[in-house]
Design a protein around this ligand. Structure first.
Ligand SMILES: [Zn+2]
Length: 128
């Protein structure tokens, strides 16, 4: 009742202890040379668990889970190419080009056409 095990805070030994997921992802990224993300971030693509290599592909708009196999929170991005930007985070480098905008303005397009008069004729006999 009175004896509590001594707890040390702030002095983690080795990786994996006392690190936030973001720090863990950075650490894994340095180690693997791949962009790494952690559970809770919303990123698209193919990811591999850094601990057991399980590969997952989150659904559109879904956040990275913890590894269903080993519980790891850190995922390495396996698709190569540019590092994806998690939803809700700013891209590290934003090119200031005017090109590439996907806004197209069309003038003179009318969506409302002339209303077609519908005439209903009653009493039409088809049989002679
Ligand atoms: Zn795993």
């Amino acid at each position: 009742m009175s004896s509590m095990p001594p707890q040390r805070t702030g002095g983690g030994q080795g990786p994996g202890r006392g690190m936030s997921p973001a720090q863990g992802a950075q650490e894994a990224e340095r180690r693997l040379g791949l962009p790494c993300f952690y559970s809770g971030q919303k990123v698209q693509g193919m990811f591999g668990c850094v601990a057991c290599q399980l590969q997952i592909r989150p659904r559109q708009g879904a956040a990275l889970p913890t590894c269903p196999q080993c519980g790891e929170m850190i995922w390495a991005y396996l698709e190569g190419g540019d590092r994806p930007v998690p939803e809700g985070e700013a891209a590290p480098v934003a090119p200031q080009d005017e090109q590439g905008r996907d806004v197209s303005v069309q003038d003179g397009v009318k969506l409302d056409g002339p209303s077609r008069p519908v005439s209903v004729e009653e009493g039409v006999k088809l049989n002679p």
